[in-house]
Ligand binder design. Structure first.
Ligand SMILES: NC(=O)c1ccc[n+]([C@@H]2O[C@H](COP(=O)([O-])OP(=O)(O)OC[C@H]3O[C@@H](n4cnc5c(N)ncnc54)[C@H](OP(=O)(O)O)[C@@H]3O)[C@@H](O)[C@H]2O)c1
Length: 199
């Protein structure tokens, strides 16, 4: 399959890219600063240019997304707006604009995270965005068939503990390879409207 992978150069994206390549898929990687295609998916016009450049694909997978982490009493309206744009609306736009560029039985795989279900201090904006993504995917799944859509919801990755571990006291981490396996399941499988929880 030809897979468009947004965030292919990151911790998660590199693992997903490796897993897909190992299974014989072609991966077209997207990032803001590096990749086969340069695009910032928070910009709807950049998303349109990305799809115009790439042509038809069999799967679209997102392994990107940025959120503001601050205690609730310090989170501003702008922080919530930036997080919703950076993590949720960007992915909604990738799906909304991607439908005509995806093969008729192709799939979208989005990324949320553990915070939807298990809150942490300073995670309210990220949790809000993650919840939006999961609700969107469930809703889109009843209108997209025969195209499919699923979400991968991992807890913190073992590989990210040096950076984010202090935010997740007492919470188990998973190897990023497990999240990559869930992307393979979404892309090669037959399910839709699922949230694959790795926590
Ligand atoms: N790390 C964890 O423990 C963990 C756990 C659960 C969920 N997640 C979620 O998984 C996703 C990826 O996390 P990560 O830790 O792998 O992040 P990361 O290492 O920072 O990688 C993110 C990748 O996405 C690209 N990117 C970021 N924003 C983009 C945009 N607007 N448009 C296009 N490309 C963009 C980045 O490249 P450029 O900078 O070149 O754009 C980078 O290659 C995030 O949504 C995160 O919330 C992460």
């Amino acid at each position: 399959m030809k897979v468009l992978l947004i965030g292919a150069g990151g911790t998660l994206g590199s693992a997903v890219r490796g897993a897909l390549l190992a299974r014989g898929h072609e991966v077209v990687g997207v990032g803001r600063s590096s990749g086969d295609v340069i695009a910032d998916v928070t910009d709807p016009e950049a998303v349109a240019r990305m799809y115009a450049q790439v042509g038809e694909v069999d799967a679209v997978a997102v392994a990107a997304g940025e959120a503001v982490f601050k205690p609730l009493d310090q989170l501003t309206a702008q922080d919530f707006a930036a997080t919703l744009r950076g993590k949720a609306l960007s992915q909604v736009d990738v799906v909304r604009q991607g439908v005509p560029h995806l093969t008729s039985t192709g799939s979208f795989t989005l990324i949320s995270g553990v915070l939807t279900d298990q809150p942490i201090v300073a995670g309210a904006a990220a949790a809000t965005a993650n919840g939006a993504i999961e609700a969107f995917a469930r809703a889109a799944a009843i209108e997209l068939p025969p195209q499919r859509i699923n979400v991968v919801s991992p807890t913190v990755f073992e590989e990210s503990l040096p950076s984010y571990g202090s935010f997740f006291p007492g919470m188990e981490a998973v190897p990023v390879a497990r999240a990559a396996t869930a992307y393979v399941r979404s892309i090669e499988g037959a399910q839709t409207g699922q949230v694959y929880r790795l926590h």
